[in-house]
Design a protein around this ligand. Structure first.
Ligand code: NDP
Length: 315
C-alpha cells in the first residue's frame, strides 16, 4: 500500500488533539487526526464537567468531546478512526503507521495521546466508575462537598488530591498500602497536619460498596488482617498515571516516568517537527483546559515551524 503524505498529522482525540486540530485547520494546514483507541480520551469516562470555562451550567464529558470533535470537523480536519501503532522519526519527513497497516508521511506531527489513570483492578471500581469512583479530585471533588470520601495511594498525587478534598469534604480517609508514604516529605507533612484527613497505613481496599452509587468501602489492614467498612460517598483512586508513550520509546526524549519532554514554554520535543501537547507531556496539571491550551500551542508551534522550513527551502 502506498503511503499517504499529509502536512500535519495529529495523534489522539482528547481536548489537546481536537484543539490542535481546530487551530491547524483554521490556519489552512489541512490536518489529519487519528482518534486512537479511546476516541474522546479520558473525558469520555467522566460524568459532569463543571470547571471547563464557557459551560456555565456544566456539561457531560462525552457531550463536551462531541462538541470538540464537531468544532474540529467544521474547519475541515479529516477525523479518522484508528490508532498509531509505530513511528519512525529518524529521518524526515516523519513516518507513522496506523493500525500496523496504513503508512502516513507527515511534515509535522502533533502528539496528543494523553495518559491513562492507573486503577486498582477490582470489579466494583469499574462498576461504580463515574458514580462515586473517580481518578480526579479537581474534576469530581465538588460533588462530595460536606461528605466523607476516601483517597487511595501514598504518592504526591494522592497527597495533593487528599488535601484538595479536605477543603470541600467533611472527612478524607487516605488509604496507604505500606507503613509509609512514597510522597515527598513536605506533601506528607501537609496531609498529616490537616485535621480532617485520616491517614490509614497498611490498608488495602477489598471492595467499594454501593449499588448504583458509592456508599462505603471495605478495607483490610494487611498487618493485623482486621477488616472493616468505612461509610463514604466518593472513592478517589490516585495511584499514578501512565502516559501513552510506548510507541515513542527510543524515538523521542522521555522523562523517567515516560512523559514526553518538551522544551519549556513550548510544545517542541527532542525531534524537530514533532510536537507534544496535553497529558502526554504534563504530569502536573492534567486538566482539560490546560490540555486544550497546550493543543493550541502545538498547532501554532507546528505552523511556525513549517513556515520556517519553507523559507529555508527557498534560500
Ligand atoms: P507515584 O507512582 O509516585 O505513587 C503511587 C502511589 O500509589 C504509591 O504510594 C503506591 O504505593 C500507590 N499504589 C500503586 N499501586 C497501588 C495499588 N494497586 N493499591 C494501592 N496503592 C497503590 O504516583 P503519583 O501519581 O503520586 O506521582 C507521579 C509522579 O508525579 C511523581 O514523580 C510525583 O512526585 C509527581 N507529582 C508531582 C506533583 C507536584 O510536584 N505537585 C503532584 C503530583 C505528582 P507504594 O508506595 O506502596 O508503591
Amino acid at each position: 500500500m502506498t503511503a499517504e503524505h499529509v502536512k500535519v498529522l495529529i495523534i489522539g482525540s482528547g481536548p489537546a488533539g481536537y484543539t490542535a486540530a481546530i487551530y491547524a485547520a483554521r490556519a489552512g494546514l489541512n490536518p489529519v487526526l487519528y482518534q486512537g483507541n479511546q476516541p474522546g480520551g479520558q473525558l469520555m469516562t467522566t460524568n459532569e464537567v463543571e470547571n471547563f470555562p464557557g459551560y456555565p451550567d456544566g456539561v457531560l464529558g462525552p457531550q463536551m468531546m462531541q462538541d470538540f470533535e464537531r468544532q474540529a470537523a467544521r474547519f475541515g480536519t479529516s477525523i479518522r478512526r484508528g490508532a498509531a501503532t509505530k513511528v519512525d522519526f529518524s529521518g524526515y519527513p516523519h513516518r507513522v503507521w496506523i493500525d500496523d497497516t496504513k503508512e502516513i508521511i507527515a511534515d509535522a506531527v502533533i502528539i496528543s495521546t494523553g495518559a491513562s489513570a492507573k486503577w486498582l483492578g477490582i470489579p466494583s471500581e469499574q462498576r461504580l466508575n463515574g458514580s462515586g469512583v473517580s481518578a480526579c479530585a479537581v474534576c469530581d471533588g465538588f460533588f462530595y462537598r460536606n461528605q466523607d470520601v476516601a483517597v487511595v495511594g501514598g504518592g504526591d498525587t494522592a497527597c495533593e488530591e487528599a488535601h484538595y478534598l479536605s477543603k470541600l469534604c467533611n472527612r478524607v480517609y487516605m488509604l496507604v498500602r505500606k507503613s509509609e508514604m512514597r510522597a515527598s516529605k513536605i506533601m506528607q507533612e501537609r496531609v498529616l497536619k490537616t485535621p480532617n484527613i485520616t491517614v490509614l497505613f497498611n490498608t488495602e481496599t477489598e471492595e467499594i460498596l454501593g449499588e448504583s452509587t458509592v456508599t462505603g468501602v471495605r478495607i483490610r489492614n494487611n498487618k493485623t488482617q482486621e477488616v472493616r467498612e468505612l461509610s463514604i460517598a466518593g472513592f478517589f483512586v490516585a495511584i499514578g498515571h501512565k502516559p501513552n508513550t510506548e510507541i515513542f520509546q527510543g524515538q523521542l526524549e522521555l522523562d523517567k516516568n515516560g512523559y514526553i519532554i518538551t522544551k519549556p514554554g513550548s510544545t517542541y520535543t527532542s525531534v524537530p517537527g514533532v510536537f507534544a501537547c496535553g497529558d502526554v507531556q504534563d504530569a502536573v496539571y492534567r486538566q482539560a483546559v490546560t490540555a486544550a491550551g497546550t493543543g493550541c500551542m502545538a498547532a501554532l508551534d507546528a505552523e511556525r515551524w513549517l513556515a520556517m522550513q519553507e523559507v529555508a527551502m527557498e534560500v
